[in-house]
Design a binder for this molecule. Structure first.
Ligand code: WQD
Length: 329
């Protein structure tokens, strides 16, 4: 299929592009390179530099080929920042997505795979979290994702656009073949922060609380390898195409890892001390989040293959260790 990947130069987007190319799809990337990186682009994929807030630029990209599907990963994703700057998240995440949907209507593109998030659920009332779990986002970022899921339902009903909304849990790790190595800029998520502390890009890891009701007191999350996530996009695209029906699914590993477990494994694999300090809890952090991905298994035949602790850390370390010698260049 001819696929336009919006946000395809980003951390998850670049892995999705690789999976699509491997599956034989023809890929064009649309990205403003605000957090995406040029080094994440593949030479056998097309590229348009443009912004989803610029409908004229979007239209130009849509005119370039008869795209049969869009994969949309272009969004701001820092939950904490979204509470301080909701305007930024309204404009980019919501208005940007509406621009994409309207351009799809104009150019008669009938399929979209959308990056949703486990943040739509908020504080869990039961574990594991399945798709029917109540949705009460704790942060504005999660609210934007939930709103977009609702827009997608309306555009399906009114315009026949079939969608797959993929609710990612904690995306982590790097390409299993080591082909993608663009680092995220100013990351706030746990694993890149651990890696930055390991190579000296930051002084230390701050552990946000060790008094949670979890086996070692630190927060437990469902980390899903980005290569697994990428495979989920290809399967979801095939599903909505073959069945001509929309789909909303969780993508998670169904297993929980604590901050301490990841830190210890990172120390072991890197051989670095990785300075860490226990600090207070981060507001809005639940003790434990774990997905049920039974629906993704049933509908897509998807399961996480690379989301074990060792593989998550090893694939990340393979990318970050190269920065050790280049820190002061
Ligand atoms: C993981 C654990 C922290 C940083 C976020 C988004 C969510 C979704 C996934 C995309 C927690 C602890 C972290 C640090 C720490 N994103 N931690 N020190 O908050 O579970 O989820 O990413 O859709 O919407 O909110 O991920 O990586 O920030 O935290 O101790 O410096 O690591 O307290 O237990 P989170 P995270």
């Amino acid at each position: 299929m001819k696929v336009l990947v919006i946000g395809g130069a980003g951390y998850i987007g670049s892995h999705v592009v690789k999976s699509l190319l491997n599956a034989g799809h023809k890929v064009t990337v649309f990205d403003n390179l605000s957090s995406g990186r040029e080094e994440n682009l593949f030479s056998n994929a097309g590229f348009f530099k443009g912004d989803i807030l610029d409908p004229i630029g979007l239209a130009k990209a849509f005119q370039a080929d008869d795209f049969e599907a869009v994969i949309h990963l272009a969004a701001f994703k820092a939950a904490g920042e979204s509470m301080l700057k909701p305007e930024k998240y309204s404009v980019n995440n919501i208005t940007g997505t509406i621009n994409i949907l309207n351009t799809m209507c104009e150019y008669d593109v009938k399929r979209i795979v959308f990056s949703s998030s486990a943040a739509v659920f908020g504080e869990p009332v039961r574990l594991p979290i399945d798709e029917d779990h109540p949705k009460n986002p704790e942060n504005y970022y999660g609210f934007t994702k939930l709103e977009i899921e609702r827009f997608l339902e309306w555009y399906d009903k009114l315009k026949g656009i079939k969608f797959a909304a993929l609710r990612y849990f904690n995306a982590a790790g790097y390409d299993i073949d080591g082909e993608i190595s663009g680092l995220e800029q100013s990351p706030a998520n746990l694993l890149p922060v651990i890696m930055e502390a390991a190579v000296g890009m930051r002084e230390k890891l701050q552990i946000f609380g060790n008094d949670y009701d979890t086996p070692d007191g630190t927060g437990v999350r469902d980390y899903v390898h980005v290569t697994d996530l990428a495979a989920g996009h290809v399967l979801a695209l095939e599903y909505i195409t073959e069945k001509n029906e929309s789909l909303t699914v969780n993508l998670g590993s169904e297993s929980g890892l604590s901050v301490m477990e990841l830190l210890e494994e990172a120390r072991k694999i890197s051989g670095k001390e990785i300075p860490a300090q226990i600090v207070g809890r981060r507001p809005g952090d639940p003790a434990k989040l774990v997905a049920s991905s039974a629906l993704a298994k049933e509908k897509l035949g998807w399961t996480a293959r690379y989301s074990d602790c060792e593989t998550l850390i090893r694939t990340s370390w393979n990318v970050y260790k190269d920065r050790l010698n280049n820190l002061f260049e």
